[in-house]
Design a protein around this ligand. Structure first.
Ligand SMILES: Nc1ncnc2c1ncn2[C@@H]1O[C@H](COP(=O)(O)OP(=O)(O)O)[C@@H](O)[C@H]1O
Ligand SMILES: [Mg+2]
Length: 252
């Protein structure tokens, strides 16, 4: 068993070095990345989280990165480590987009980044579907608040012209933390596309079968036809008024 917290100067001794340079480990690349990590000010990697990679606990694994907890002084952050097979050269673009989202209060707060690492606020909580699953019929108002909070965030991203890009299949990109919904992963975010945060998120929540069924256990979901109409209008003209119309149809 590996200890939960591995200081950087012991990183190369154990299996945790595999996470630094995943999935194609080479000692040279791992050593280079270790130096980069030192430069970020990271003191230790913490093996915690609900997922596993190479038998080690991690926060998550995506197509581009492995996310782990990292300690910097007394603070614990989330650290995204670029995979060796990622189709991105660096985290430059993601950091820029996350920074934009942060300006309107969305996304984990960006701390620092390099080509191979992105250090940000650690969001503790549960993925939205699991969070909803644990609710009872008496939690309608609680759920309504979280869904409304989510739409507000999507609206803010629409307003600044930043398309998140992964909100139509958001199972692992929404974490409910202390009663607040948080959007994560700005890896696919873009200012080049036409924004579709509100439409993608609403479809995911209320039209996607799995989510609609989950939500229905707690509160009455919106009628689909009026919702599609409201979304069409909003798509034509993403005004405040048309946004409010969507909230209304969703009883939020
Ligand atoms: N700031 C964070 N706080 C907590 N967990 C996170 C954070 N960022 C990412 N994760 C976890 O790591 C997983 C993979 O991260 P993600 O940003 O989706 O990587 P990728 O860009 O490779 O898809 C997420 O689904 C989530 O579980
Ligand atoms: Mg992801």
């Amino acid at each position: 068993m590996e200890e939960a917290e591995i200081p950087l100067d012991r990183l190369m001794e154990g299996r945790v070095s595999l996470l630094l340079c995943y999935p194609r480990f080479t000692r040279e690349e791992a050593e280079r990345r270790l130096e980069e990590l030192r430069g970020l000010g990271v003191d230790a990697i913490i093996l915690e989280g609900r997922h596993e990679v190479e038998g080690l606990k991690v926060l998550g694994k995506g197509h581009v990165s492995i996310a782990v907890e990292a300690r910097v002084g007394d603070e614990v952050y989330a650290l995204k480590i670029r995979r060796t097979d990622a189709d991105r050269e660096s985290f430059m673009d993601e950091a820029e987009k996350l920074g934009m989202a942060n300006e309107v209060g969305v996304g984990p707060r960006l701390v620092r980044h390099t080509d191979n690492f992105l250090l940000m606020e650690l969001i503790k909580g549960e993925y939205l579907p699991e969070w909803i699953e644990a609710l009872g019929p008496g939690d309608a108002e609680l759920l309504r608040g979280v869904l409304k909070g989510l739409l507000e965030k999507a609206r803010k991203l629409d307003e600044i012209g930043l398309d998140h890009g992964e909100l139509s299949r958001a199972h692992r990109h929404i974490i409910v933390s202390g009663g607040e919904p948080r959007l994560i992963d700005f890896e696919s975010a873009s200012t080049e596309r036409r924004v579709s945060n509100i439409t993608s998120l609403t479809q995911y929540l209320f039209i996607n079968r799995r989510m609609r069924r989950l939500i229905s256990r707690v509160l009455k979901p919106p009628e689909i036809q009026p919702l599609i109409e409201a979304l069409k209008q909003y798509k034509r003209e993403p005004s405040d008024e048309n946004y409010r119309r969507i909230l209304e149809v969703c009883s939020l």
